[in-house]
Structure formats: C-alpha cells, structure tokens
Write a protein that binds this ligand. Structure first.
Ligand SMILES: Cc1cc2nc3c(=O)[nH]c(=O)nc-3n(C[C@H](O)[C@H](O)[C@H](O)COP(=O)(O)OP(=O)(O)OC[C@H]3O[C@@H](n4cnc5c(N)ncnc54)[C@H](O)[C@@H]3O)c2cc1C
Length: 400
C-alpha cells in the first residue's frame, strides 16, 4: 500500500537557491503539476520602492541571469538596479592597476554584452519566492527540525508536525541542519579571514568595471552598483576585520581608499559595514534516500571570485533537469537514479571550483617573495593568453 504524501517535493530553505528550485519546478513544462512546498522560518520580503540597497549583493553569472529570466524573476531584480559589469581588472598589490601584470577581461573584446550583473541578494530571493508562490508553490513559515528518510516517502519534521514527500531538498544554507541529519556532513575548514562588506561612493566613476586588488592578507573586491557606488568585499584577518568595522566612517573610507591604491580616487562611506566569517566546505555526498543537498548546504567557497550562489544556481538547473527526466519517464521525483545523476553532474565541478578558489586564495596570500613574483608573472601570462582568458570567462559566465 502506498504511503500518503503531503507534497511531491519539499524544499527546506527559501534563500536564493531554494526559492530558485521552487520557481523552476513551478514553471517547468513537465514539473509544474508537482505539489511543491518551501519550508522557511524567515522568508525574504521584497524591498519597498526607494528602500536603500542591502549590503549583501552578488556578482551573478549569465547562467544565473538566464535562470532568473526563464522563471520570470528577472524584471523585479532588474528594477532593483541590477548593474551590468563590462570589464574586470585583477591585480596584485605589488603592481599597479595599469601595469603589464594586470589581468583584464573586457566584454566587448570577448564578444559578450557584459560579464555579469551585480544584484541585490534579497531582491533575487524575494523575486524568486514571489514567482514560486504565484505558480502555486506552498510556503510553510516554519523551521525544519528533523528528517526521516524512507523507501516510499521522506518525512520532514517541523516541531511536532510531520510532512511526507517523495523528495526532500535541503537548501538550508552553509550550516544546514538537515545535512547532518541525513549523514552527509563533511569537513569545514575555516579561512583565517573574514569578509568586510560595505558600499562607498567613489570620487571617479567606476566605469562598470569590477576590480579586485590582492593584498597580502586577502583580496579587496570592488563591485560597481547601478547608482554609481561601489560594493566592497574585503577579505582580511579577523583582527583587522574587527578593527575596520569599528572605525568611524571617515577613517573606514580612508582605509579602503588606501587598500584600493586610490584606483577610483578618494572613497566616501555610503552605508554601514558588516563582517562575515569565511569557510570552505564540501559535503561528503549530495544525496541520500529521497533527499538531496543544494547550494551552500552542499558547498561553501571563498567569495573571491563571486561563485557561491552561481554554483548553487547550476545545482538548481541540474536537479530540476533530473526531476523533469524522472517525471517524464513516469518515475518519482525522488527516484534514486535521478538523484544519482544529479550528484554526478554537480559534485566534481563544485569540488574543482572549491579547490581552485582555495588555491587562488592561498597563492595570493603567500608572503614568500618567490611566490609573489610567480603570481604576478602568472597574471601577466594569463592576460596574454587569449584562449585561456576565453576559458576563464566561459566559467565566469556560468558554464558548468
Ligand atoms: C561576503 C560574501 C560575498 C559573496 N559574494 C558572492 C558573489 O558575488 N557571487 C556569488 O555567487 N556568491 C557570493 N557569495 C556566496 C552567496 O552569498 C551564497 O552562496 C548564497 O547566499 C547561498 O544561498 P543559499 O540559498 O544556498 O543559502 P542561504 O542564503 O544561506 O539560505 C538558506 C535559507 O535556509 C533557511 N533555513 C536555515 N535553516 C533552516 C531550517 N532548519 N528549516 C528551513 N529553513 C532553514 C534560512 O533562513 C535561509 O533563508 C558571497 C558570500 C559572502 C559571505
């Protein structure tokens, strides 16, 4: 006798990634009939018109943009001032931004309209959630507290309440409680670094370029915002991060101006600042019986190349495609073969990305003079190698 199911797919976590899967399933030709629910204790609300831009923004790849377009969430994200960036400049603190060792990507030279967009995280999550709810997804404003896998159904506990589904997906973020319950915990390594984020007014126009200067303690990323400001992500030691966020606005702006080598003139503080711990994690496995991990719950990377949520969106596309295939073949969305194909499609790429970003971080913070010289030369060599640059851009645009 088959066990009653409350939903076909239950997604725990309506951050950018969980909401994207819900919207994708709700709009997919073969999956729109599935009964899908999002379980989220703190759903993100759409920002009100005129509300200041939130501190958390992301560099969204072309693949991510296409996903948002396909599910109908892009207009709302665009309306919150998504900023296309057309150039990317990466240089070492020992050199200069206009030096021969600077790695420069130019969308026009590469035949692309842009290299991506800087978008507000909460606008993305809220737009995706809205699309999902419009298309019939159920929102359950509770916290998932337990998981019982089973051959016929997976059961998600929300306190005393129990919900049964054909598939439970954990998109509950880097600290994923469900991951541990499913026995998929992996090893977390903490970087000896924190990211300081803030928005600043530059003296000179940012020219729709994303910039990254590698300092001895970590990179300072400067992302262009549509209103002319910069969003910075400055990875530095925890002690320095604590000092920076404790500074008066003028002193903070002076510190960032100096760290940026004055590349856009004097900077002026235009928001509060905040700091985030940085870690690297890759789950021991992505799936268990009628269970899958998605986004930061499966992998967390250093933000230096702005890849975290973009990897999560590629997970969404892969899992939604496997669910579609399973449904089209008359199988269950939690079919073990479909989940196996999803894990195979994403695990290696995500592992390689995590390792590459880790190597970049370590290479650029290595204080040895020989390593410093080698990395500057390396940037120059990559800059001169057109095919390699095209490959790097393809990855940055979101090729899996
Ligand atoms: C400083 C910084 C800069 C970054 N910049 C970029 C960038 O430029 N580009 C990029 O691609 N990535 C970037 N990232 C990474 C990106 O922010 C993350 O990859 C992304 O937010 C992960 O989204 P998610 O939906 O997987 O998880 P989260 O955003 O963490 O969402 C998880 C959701 O699950 C909910 N939840 C938690 N527990 C439960 C539970 N028990 N039951 C139900 N729901 C639960 C939470 O309330 C939350 O809403 C950056 C990260 C940092 C720290």
């Amino acid at each position: 006798m088959s066990v009653r199911r409350d939903f076909d797919v239950l997604i725990a976590g309506a951050g950018m990634v969980g909401a994207a899967l819900a919207a994708r399933l709700a709009t997919g030709e073969r999956t729109r009939e599935l009964r899908v629910a999002l379980v989220e204790p703190a759903p993100v609300l759409a920002p009100l018109p005129g509300e200041p831009l939130d501190l958390r923004v992301s560099a969204l790849s072309r693949a991510g943009e296409c996903l948002l377009r396909d599910v109908g969430a892009w207009p709302a994200v665009r309306a919150r001032g998504a900023c296309a960036y057309e150039r990317m400049l990466i240089w070492d603190a020992a050199g200069r931004v206009d030096g021969a060792d600077t790695l420069a990507f130019d969308a026009a030279e590469l035949g692309e309209p842009d290299l991506g967009h800087i978008v507000e995280n909460r606008a993305v999550a809220a737009a995706l959630l809205e699309r999902a709810l419009d298309r019939g997804v159920t929102l359950i404003r509770e916290r998932a507290t337990g998981l019982e896998p089973g051959a016929d159904v997976a059961t998600l506990a929300l306190g005393e309440r129990r919900l049964r589904a054909g598939l439970v997906v954990a998109a509950d973020g880097a600290d994923s409680p469900l991951r541990a319950l499913a026995g998929l915990a992996g090893e977390v390594s903490r970087y000896p670094a924190e990211a300081v984020v803030a928005h600043l007014h530059p003296e000179r126009p940012h020219g729709h370029a994303a910039r990254q200067r590698f300092l001895p303690d970590g990179p300072l990323g400067m992302l262009p915002l549509a209103d002319g400001r910069l969003s910075i992500v400055w990875s530095t030691t925890p002690a320095e991060a604590e000092r920076l966020v404790g500074l008066e606005p003028e002193a903070f702006a002076a510190a960032v101006t100096e760290a940026s080598d004055g590349v856009l003139g004097a900077l002026e503080t235009a928001s509060p600042c905040a700091r985030f711990p940085l870690r690297r994690f890759h789950a021991a496995g992505y799936t268990a019986t009628r269970f899958a991990l998605l986004g930061d719950a499966a992998h967390t990377v250093h933000p230096l190349a702005g890849q975290g949520v973009n990897q999560g969106f590629l997970d969404v596309l892969a899992l939604a495609a496997e669910i579609e295939t399973a449904v089209a073949a008359g199988e269950d969305p939690g079919d073990a073969r479909a989940l196996g194909r999803y894990a195979r499609a994403r695990r290696t790429g995500n592992a390689l990305m995590g390792a590459a970003l880790d190597a970049l971080y370590r290479g650029f913070t290595d204080p040895r003079e020989s390593v410093r010289r080698a990395r500057r030369a390396g940037l120059g060599i990559v800059n001169a190698a057109a095919p390699l640059k095209r490959l790097l851009v393809a990855r940055a645009l979101g090729a899996p």
